[in-house]
Structure formats: structure tokens, C-alpha cells
Design a protein around this ligand. Structure first.
Ligand code: ATP
Length: 285
């Protein structure tokens, strides 16, 4: 095999709770993660010359160690002691710095693809242990589907797939750094989502139950900086979404619809609006 193509899927957080701050600066979280079909595409192949050559379709993304795919490849070659001789072509579709774990998913896809390309047979556990060294969301991006994520994101419990629905994604252009959001989170004054109740709703396959419980503890911080998030949520609900929430540290908002035509109407409504370029209609993976 000379090259391999792989899709890197985005995620949303159906529930995101932060339990405590850790001395190392990370946070203990309890999150319900869901892979969605919106994805980037990667092609990874062998080269004759030594090195890791990254190319992307976005001019503002780095091609060097600052790109997560480069770091994932570097870690893979260091771990396996294989001499690096690869190119990685990354076609981004997942909005960048959006709360959709685009970079983490690209890194996870890179580890998976290299393991296959070089036939190295690293186990899923081994890949996840490598992934968490690069980012807390990477273990989930390797697992995919619906999962409870605990610790800093490395303790994963696969769940019954969440009930299928239509997922409208809208990303406003402004961004807030994940670091800023966590640093300004005041754990004593937030409404914690009921993650246990959400686990039961998923177990029962209840979309209405799930939608009534959507909650993200980080929303309060990002909302103060970006009030348009509340406006997008309101608009999604008025267009028939059963629930709407900010994903991760934002600023992307998702709305869940059981009815396909309502979802399509809402999609077209946003598509012609100010956030049209970063509006997507997708489904759970
Ligand atoms: P998360 O939900 O895990 O917080 P995110 O969706 O908010 O992630 P990313 O799209 O992963 O954020 O990008 C965050 C930063 O990482 C960007 O500012 C970007 O410069 C850098 N980055 C490095 N590699 C990549 C990549 N492959 N794709 C996107 N961003 C990348």
C-alpha cells in the first residue's frame, strides 16, 4: 500500500460538565460526546525523501509542528521507531477553532491511518494512550460514536448510539480561546447539566428526553463574550429545533431536529443569513 485516504469526523458535546480544576491546569470533566458526519479528508502516502510533509487547503493553517497532524505523525514515528517518509494532504471542511474538535479528529485519523499504512498493529488502547499526549479530545476522536468522557477526556465509556436526528451546525465567525473559557469558568456559579439523566435518555432512545437535557457549563462564559450564540440558539428553536446548544468551548451552536423538512427549512434560513458560509446540515455518525 502506497497511500491511504481517511475521513476525520467532527464531534459535538451533547452534555459538558466540568467537575473540578486539577493542579496540572487540566480540568476533570464529564461529557457526553457525539461524532457527527461533518468531516475533513486526509490522504497519507509514502515519499522517497525523509520527513513529514503536510499540505492543507487552508493557507492560514500551519504545515509544521504547529499542525496537529504533523505532531501525531511525529509521535507515531517516534513510538514505532520507523523512519518518517510521508506526505499528509489535509482537506479541511470542519470549521477551525470552533468547538468541533477538528484538529483533534485530524490527529486521530493520522494515527489510525499510519498504523494501517505501516501495518504496525498498535492496539486501540495504545493509539488512545498516544492520542491523549497530544490532546484531551483525541481518545474520543479515535473511538467515535456516542460516549461518556471523564477524567480529562481519556476515560471513555462507549454508549448506546444516541437516537438519530438531523443536526444543524452554525458557527459564528468570532472565536474565543478554549484557554480563556476555562480560565474564566466559575464553578461555584454555574448550572451543571444532568449528565446521569442524559445517559438514561440515551439508553431509552428518547430524543425528546435528550433534547430537554442538553447542557454545557462553558456556555455561560462564551456567551458573555459572544451574545450572538444566544441569538442563534433562539433562532434554531423558533425554526423547530427540539434543542440547541453550544458545542465545546464554542462558538459553534448545534440544533437537533427530528423532522427532516423542518431541519432543511432551518438550514436554508441560516444558509442565506450572515453565518451562511459556516452552516451545515449533518447527522449523528
Ligand atoms: P476543540 O473542540 O478540541 O477545542 P476546536 O474545534 O475548538 O477544538 P481546532 O479546529 O481543533 O479547534 O483548532 C484549534 C487550533 O489548533 C487552531 O487555532 C489551529 O491553528 C490549530 N490547529 C493545529 N492543527 C490543526 C488542524 N489540523 N486543524 C485545525 N486546527 C489546527
Amino acid at each position: 500500500m502506497e497511500s491511504i485516504e481517511i475521513k476525520a469526523y467532527a464531534k459535538i458535546n451533547l452534555g459538558l460538565d466540568v467537575l473540578s480544576r486539577r493542579p496540572d491546569g487540566y480540568h476533570n470533566v464529564r461529557m457526553i460526546m457525539q461524532t457527527i458526519r461533518l468531516h475533513d479528508k486526509l490522504e497519507i502516502g509514502l515519499t522517497k525523501s525523509n520527513g513529514i510533509y503536510v499540505k492543507t487547503n487552508l493557507s492560514y493553517l500551519p504545515n509544521d509542528k504547529n499542525n496537529l497532524v504533523y505532531r501525531a505523525a511525529e509521535l507515531f514515528f517516534k513510538t514505532t521507531e520507523i523512519s518518517p517518509q510521508v506526505y499528509i494532504t489535509l482537506q479541511k471542511r470542519i470549521p477551525v477553532a470552533a468547538g468541533l474538535a477538528g484538529g483533534s479528529s485530524d490527529a486521530a485519523a493520522t494515527l489510525t491511518a499510519l498504523n494501517e499504512l505501516f501495518d504496525t498493529g498498535l492496539s486501540a488502547d495504545h493509539l488512545r494512550a498516544m492520542g491523549v499526549q497530544l490532546g484531551a479530545d483525541i481518545p474520543f476522536c479515535l473511538l467515535q460514536g456516542t460516549a461518556l468522557s471523564e477524567g480529562i477526556g481519556e476515560i471513555l465509556t462507549p454508549l448506546t448510539p444516541a437516537p438519530q436526528c438531523h443536526c444543524l451546525i452554525v458557527k459564528p465567525p468570532a472565536s474565543v480561546s478554549t484557554r480563556y473559557v476555562y480560565e474564566n469558568l466559575c464553578l461555584d456559579h454555574v448550572v451543571h447539566p444532568d449528565i446521569d439523566a442524559m445517559l438514561s435518555a440515551i439508553q431509552c432512545g428518547s430524543l425528546s428526553g435528550l433534547c430537554s437535557l442538553l447542557g454545557n457549563v462553558l456556555e455561560s462564559v462564551t456567551l458573555q463574550k459572544l451574545p450572538e450564540i444566544a441569538v442563534i440558539k433562539e433562532q434554531m428553536l423558533s425554526l423547530g429545533a427540539m434543542g440547541a446548544l453550544m458545542s465545546g468551548s464554542g462558538p459553534t451552536v448545534f440544533g437537533l431536529f427530528s423532522d427532516r423538512s423542518a431541519a432543511e427549512r432551518a438550514y436554508y434560513e441560516f444558509k442565506v443569513g450572515e453565518f451562511g458560509k459556516t452552516t451545515y446540515l449533518t447527522q449523528f455518525f
